[in-house]
Ligand binder design. Structure first.
Ligand SMILES: [Zn+2]
Length: 315
């Protein structure tokens, strides 16, 4: 097969794009030149430019290669049918704009949008820690907490495409207020942002990053260790709910906070055991995701292949 696809990740500071073939081999990867916050027209132009650059490089190197399509991971709600983004604070002016149709028109290739955390979960299923299962949950622990659910090898979308907002699962009734309008969301207790906020509350030092707090914990600082135990307890509460709902074989954690795994994992497992009969009866795997920041690129690139293998476009 000489087909390849291009995955785009709009989640970071600059967009990233990669060409990946059907076997999951990454052929080329580039970073865009325009900050993602620069506004709609600049970002779309940058995306089209990046995709065309990759396409020219690939097709010049090996004639006969065919672009199967483009998948784009976007940090926001995606209305799958319409190909429209909603509620993406990092992407000014994208709300309600027909972004899929616009990129398709400029590229002349089929484009599929996906939430970035869903794309990461699909990437882990295709080429990462979830290769041997058909059903998994991924929670991405970063500035916030993203989530993706893969069921029967495919992304679980819900009826509009808004499923798997796992960062907003409640773990503390009437807890800290969250930007989503709820209070006590798990991302207020177990994200990198939550770690730095707890460090401030406990007077560990000013302006500490989550990594600084981890280094303190690794060095034996009791208050820092307590922060990660608290992170573990909150994650364990959320995971116990997910395990009770899904009875999946695999739950993955990814994102920047994963480096602190050794600090939060024991409290997390203890909490899952306490809260989930399913877990105590037949424990599923709770593991680290393996593709890191590339998970979203793999997942986005896999979308066109998945559509092709089904013989129809099901958005
Ligand atoms: Zn929330």
């Amino acid at each position: 097969m000489s087909d390849y696809s291009i995955g785009v990740d709009l989640g970071g500071t600059n967009l990233r794009a990669a060409a990946i073939d059907r076997t999951g081999k990454m052929l080329n990867k580039i970073t865009g030149s325009t900050p993602v916050q620069s506004g709609r027209n600049a970002v779309i132009a940058d995306m089209v430019r990046a995709i065309e650059t990759i396409r020219e490089t690939i097709e010049a190197g090996l004639s006969g290669r065919h672009l199967a399509g483009v998948g784009v991971g976007i940090p926001g709600f995606i209305l799958m049918e319409q190909g429209v983004v909603l509620g993406a604070p990092n992407l000014p002016e994208f709300d309600n704009y027909p972004v899929r149709d616009e990129i398709e028109r400029r590229l002349g290739a089929p484009v599929i949008l996906e939430n970035d955390a869903n794309a990461a979960a699909l990437g882990e299923k295709w080429m990462g820690a979830g290769r041997d299962v058909e059903d998994l949950v991924l929670m991405t622990l970063g500035t916030g907490i993203g989530g993706g659910i893969i069921i029967g090898g495919r992304v679980l979308h819900g009826h509009l495409g808004m499923a798997a907002e796992l960062g907003h699962v409640t773990v503390v009734p009437n807890g800290y207020p969250c930007g989503c309008g709820n209070a006590g969301c798990v991302e207020k207790y177990a994200s990198a942002t939550a770690v730095t906020a707890m460090a401030q509350l406990l007077n560990l030092g000013n302006g500490l990053t989550a990594e600084d707090v981890f280094n303190l914990a690794a060095g034996g600082n009791e208050r820092a260790k307590m922060i990660f135990r608290s992170v573990g307890t909150s994650l364990g509460t959320a995971l116990a709910n997910l395990i009770n709902i899904f009875n999946f074989p695999l739950y993955l954690l990814g994102g920047g906070l994963l480096g602190a795994w050794d600090q939060f994992q024991p409290a997390m497992i203890q909490e899952v055991e306490r809260r989930s009969f399913t877990f105590r009866s037949h424990p599923p795997r709770i593991e680290r995701a393996t593709l890191g920041a590339d998970a979203g690129l793999y997942g986005a690139a896999y979308l066109p292949f998945q559509v092709a293998s089904r013989g129809s476009i099901s958005r």
